[in-house]
Design a binder for this molecule. Structure first.
Ligand SMILES: *Cc1c(COP(=O)(O)O)cnc(C)c1O
Length: 497
């Protein structure tokens, strides 16, 4: 199995090299040259295995330059002991046909842990395979959750350093504290004056800047990315969708081959893209419902075929979805246009130059059939949190609420009652003020007081890793301008490897 760049089909690399590079030098994203298929009856077989064994089998289809033992070792290092339970991704059934796939039982309480707990292990093994002894510098832009999950995953991992940039006013207090208090001798965190798109764009340009790369190489180092552009994040996300289907089968909730829809609260299009790959691999997924908040650029794109970022940017109560440039969409575009790297390059050039691009009617027809989309504002999302709590005593976070709300609207409109997996992407205690306001109408200013009240009302305990933040002193308080990010990176990685 090889991976190719969405902007240069002829570049073909194995998975280790792909994971090391993160982003292709041409600015493109790596995608598998061919999406591997599950064999007939394989999902039923998978349903008899535990999570790590399932992961091993699925990874092995993509990462043919790794041995199966290596893949199993990576999975065990990532998923055993770091999650609340033996099953890292439990499913909670609500009502007749809705299955909440809870992806947030890891160390940082968001779904990003599913990929970022394993990425460092992939990366260390990939670097061994590359055998050039270079140290890896992980450069990451975060809309709130990736940053902490990456810091936690890479903390004190030999041969790696990590720098995280977050939009100073674009993350929740708890998210900021999680990052600012990170321990470890190889970690650095910095706020940026700007929004997530500014931060992500600047990181991408540092990444591909030849002077900076050369300077790094002189120190025996190279960049890699922990953002969802890295194939090493996409693959673990494919696993939990296949695993969820296998679990539903195992528990008798569905019959073999039964169609199940998937609803995903979407920002950078990484999580929903993984569901798409799972579907392409042969999992009987029907509609992939794309849920957005007020930053509804994807809703518009998936219904009109025009991607246009010349619009207002809103800070919402679901900050990890406050994104206008959804990086991973480029991968879907590549598949949609028949793997035409020139088409993708031109579209991305147009997005960069003019802030927009348009796809063909044929591509749009495919999207409309496969990716119904909707968006909702903070108020309706909060209302949905209250409904779920009142009806099912189920507490969900603000991002997940966007998904449930959009899904319910979709169901009302279409009458499509197909069973649905909804990706539940964060613990409600990551956004306690908004969640408390939703269920009780009370406005708190302090996250930890809100969390206490939320515990009292719901009886659901706050995860210890969030509770303990209240007592920790921030360690990283730097803030820089966009233009200063490159210098910040150079001064941070200044030391010899
Ligand atoms: C990152 C994130 C999302 C969006 O996921 P994408 O892969 O960027 O689409 C949704 N919810 C939460 C809680 C997140 O952290």
């Amino acid at each position: 199995m090889k991976f190719q760049s969405t902007r240069n089909k002829d570049l073909r690399l194995d998975s280790a090299e792909t994971i090391i590079r993160g982003l292709s030098d041409d600015g493109g994203l790596f995608v598998p040259v061919e999406i591997p298929m599950l064999e007939k009856g394989e999902i039923a077989e998978l349903s008899k295995l535990d999570y790590c064994e399932r992961a091993k089998r699925i990874f092995a289809k993509y990462m043919t330059d790794f041995s199966k033992d290596e893949l199993l070792e990576c999975a065990k290092n990532a998923y055993i002991g770091n999650f609340e339970d033996d099953t890292p991704t439990p499913i909670v059934k609500l009502g007749e046909s809705t299955y909440m796939l809870e992806l947030w039982h890891g160390p940082t309480c968001a779904f990003k842990d599913m990929a970022l707990q394993i990425l460092p292990h992939f990366l260390v093994k990939s670097a061994e395979k590359a055998g050039d002894g270079k140290k890896t510098v992980i450069l990451t832009a975060t809309s709130g959750d990736t940053g902490k999950a990456a810091l936690e995953g890479f903390c004190d991992v030999d041969g790696t350093e990590i720098i995280v940039f977050y939009p100073q006013n674009g993350v929740s207090k708890i998210q900021q504290l999680q990052m600012q208090t990170q321990k470890g001798k190889n970690v650095t965190v910095c706020g940026v004056m700007g929004n997530f798109d500014d931060t992500q764009t600047a990181v991408k340009s540092i990444f591909t800047d030849e002077n900076i790369r050369a300077e790094l190489a002189g120190k025996g180092k190279r960049f890699s990315s922990a953002n969802s552009i890295n194939v090493g994040r996409l693959l673990p996300q494919i696993v939990y969708y296949i695993s969820a289907y296998a679990d539903l089968l195992k528990n008798g909730e569905i019959a073999e081959g039964e169609t199940v829809n998937v609803t995903v609260p979407t920002g950078n299009f990484g999580n929903i893209l993984a569901a798409y790959y799972a579907k392409r691999m042969g999992v009987p997924f029907g509609k992939l419902i794309c849920a957005s908040n007020a930053n509804n650029v994807l809703t518009e794109f998936l219904s009109t075929g025009g991607y246009n970022i010349n619009r207002n940017f809103y800070l919402t109560e679901s900050p990890s979805m406050d994104i206008l440039v959804s990086s991973n969409l480029e991968r879907l575009l590549f598949e949609l246009c028949g793997k035409d790297d020139e088409y993708v390059s031109a579209a991305m050039e147009s997005l960069y130059e003019h802030g927009e691009y348009y796809i063909t009617d044929e591509m749009l027809a495919y999207l409309r059939e496969n990716f119904p989309a909707g968006y909702t504002d903070d108020k309706s999302a909060r209302n949905r949190i209250k409904i779920l709590f009142d009806e099912y005593s189920y507490l969900c976070d603000t991002h997940t609420a966007v998904a449930v709300e959009v899904y319910e609207k979709y169901r009302e409109k279409t009458g499509d009652n197909t069973k649905t997996i909804i990706a539940s992407t964060a613990s409600p205690y990551k956004f306690p003020r908004a969640v408390l306001k939703a269920i009780s109408g009370k406005n708190y200013r302090n996250d930890f007081n809100a969390a206490k009240e939320l515990e009292r009302i719901s009886g659901l305990p706050m995860p210890e890793q969030l509770r303990s933040l209240a007592k920790k002193e921030p360690r990283f308080t730097s803030v820089c301008k966009r233009e200063e990010m490159a210098d910040f990176v150079l001064s941070t990685v200044g030391g010899e490897g």
